[in-house]
Ligand binder design. Structure first.
Ligand code: XMP
Length: 512
């Protein structure tokens, strides 16, 4: 792999994704890993990421100079570029000039391999206080900017290079090309990480792990569990059984999508458990968001455990398939505890005492790769391109008690909003658009000649990269108008449609 050393900025995962876009497998490793630990992973190259600190700050993470003596190609970015310059004998100065944001980069005459064929000046994204004023011996300076006399350098012989700017962000339009050139041209790595190679490799691993055994997989209707199950099915065929729990908090058509589209595409063995009554009873009278979330999580586990016991009759299921993604793996590997804002119940996340061996075929993959694998495996677009939907479903989109009638109202309004957003071609523009029913609020309206006293629904369209932060999406007025008109016409209980224009923070994406 190409190892991306994480110096504590948020960029390391993004860099790893970009490396993979250049069809080279990459992993993120903490900056505390020793050179020996890095070599254990047999790296094809090492990328030093940006970091929050100044190279001069006491306690700033350093690069062990031994790293440059082991014959592995190295690429430094921003902080990593300065750390590299420092370790190899160049000069890093605290000049007081800062560059933040869009900056013009000037490629020098001997622009080297990194910037070959790129325009002589082009915009890049900078974010630095210190800068490299003198490149280490043996390096050619290949680009400069106003605030960075050495904005890029390379040493082809030793296969080292670096840039002061951030090539991984979209604001550096040629950044991906520069990264690609480092990997392919300077480091000499062959691009082999393709979707079909991922499928082949994962299928082989799953076969090795499960052998002649049997596996069970909880399907949530979401992308991750669907793709994980499809991979395992490709590997072990009908020794996989999927379980889909209908908790009654699903959106219109979701159960059918899994039962019909998914099975048609994969031919997987599927057991659906109808647990609608059970969830409604458990949620009766409950209005507190955290309490709802806990009840839904708990009931889900009970239903799943029961399904698992029922399956025992057909044989011994030792393996449990889960759709854990690479970002979850990286994030749980370290980092300080964060405040508990909401108990995210990844319905599908089960307790350890279930006595299964876990099979996690997506552990090395990012979301976009998971989608491509799904497509490669023949899953329909309706599943592969699905927007995120919370495990607790519509249960946390009804503000107030969850009842069968209220679920029906929300399902209708939600279906209309989704239909209109899809036909306006906005599915890829928005991250998701929760529709929220304010079930305990009523307002006066007029329809025909009569007075109405109905409920408002809230549209919450958001744009986001990763759901950690989000902005409200500026939907076209005509689309909003169609959604509003249709909902108030077609859903009798709703007489008002309102738009949520709060970013995250301070709002969260879901209302509960
Ligand atoms: P919030 O509301 O925290 O949501 O801004 C961030 C993202 O997570 C989804 N979400 C959940 N997903 N189980 C899930 O699997 C949950 O309990 C859950 N709660 C929120 C939400 O839809 C958004 O994409």
């Amino acid at each position: 792999p190409v190892l991306v050393i994480d110096f504590g900025a948020q960029y390391a995962q993004l860099i790893a994704r970009r490396v993979r876009e250049a069809q080279v497998y990459s992993e993120v490793v903490p900056h505390t890993a020793s050179v020996a630990e890095l070599l254990d992973k047999d790296p094809a190259a090492i990328v030093l990421s940006g970091g929050p600190s100044s190279v001069y700050e006491p306690g700033a993470p350093q690069v062990d100079p031994k790293l440059f003596d082991v014959g592995v190609p190295v690429f430094g970015i921003c902080y990593g570029f300065q750390a590299m310059a420092g370790a190899l004998g160049g000069t890093v100065a605290h000049t007081g000039t800062r560059e933040y944001g869009r900056t013009e980069l000037g490629v020098t005459e001997n622009g080297g391999l990194l910037h070959e064929e790129l325009p002589g000046t082009h915009p890049v994204w900078m974010s630095h206080g210190d800068c490299v004023t003198e490149a280490p011996e043996g390096f050619t300076v290949t680009a400069t900017s106003e605030g960075a006399p050495v904005a890029a350098f390379e040493d082809k012989g030793r296969r080292f290079a670096g840039v002061q700017y951030h090539p991984e962000v979209g604001h550096s339009p040629h950044g991906q090309e520069v990264l690609r050139r480092f990997l392919h041209e300077i480091a000499g790595i062959r691009p082999q990480w393709t979707t079909s190679s991922i499928v082949d490799e994962q299928v082989a691993r799953i076969r090795a792990q499960i052998g002649g055994g049997k596996a069970i997989c909880g399907l949530s209707g979401g992308v991750d569990s669907a793709v994980a199950a499809a991979l395992v099915q490709r590997a072990i065929g009908d020794r996989l059984t999927c379980v889909f729990v209908d908790h009654g908090l699903l959106r219109a058509g979701e159960r059918a999508q899994v039962e019909r589209d998914y099975v048609a595409a994969t031919g997987v063995k599927l057991v659906t458990v109808d647990a609608r009554e059970r969830f409604l009873n458990a949620l009766a009278g409950v209005t507190d968001p955290e309490e709802k979330r806990k009840i839904i999580g708990r009931e889900f586990i009970r239903v799943f455990e029961q399904a698992e016991r029922d399956l025992k009759a057909e044989g011994d299921y030792q393996f449990l398939v889960q759709g854990t993604l690479y970002p979850d793996v990286v994030e749980s590997g370290g980092g300080a505890g964060t405040a508990n804002i909401k108990s995210h119940h990844n319905v599908g996340g089960l307790p350890d005492d279930l006595q299964f061996t876990l099979v996690e075929p997506l552990r090395a993959l990012f979301k976009d790769e998971v989608r491509r694998v799904g497509t490669e495996l023949g899953l329909p677009e309706t599943i592969v391109q699905r927007q995120p939907f919370p495990g607790p479903g519509l249960g946390i989109r009804i503000i107030g008690e969850v009842t069968a009638e209220r679920l029906e109202i929300l399902r209708k309004a939600d279906a209309i909003a989704r239909e209109e957003l899809t036909s306006a071609g906005l599915d890829r523009t928005i991250w998701q658009c929760p529709v929220v029913l304010l079930a305990d609020v009523r307002s006066v309206g007029v329809q025909g000649d009569g007075r109405t006293y109905g409920h408002p629904v809230v549209l919450r369209p958001v744009s986001s990269e990763d759901a950690m932060t989000a902005d409200w999406t500026r939907l076209p007025y005509d689309v909003l108008e169609r959604i509003s008109t249709r909902i108030t016409n077609e859903v009798a209980e709703v007489n008002r449609v309102v738009l949520d224009v709060t970013s995250k923070p301070p709002g969260t994406i879901e209302w509960e």
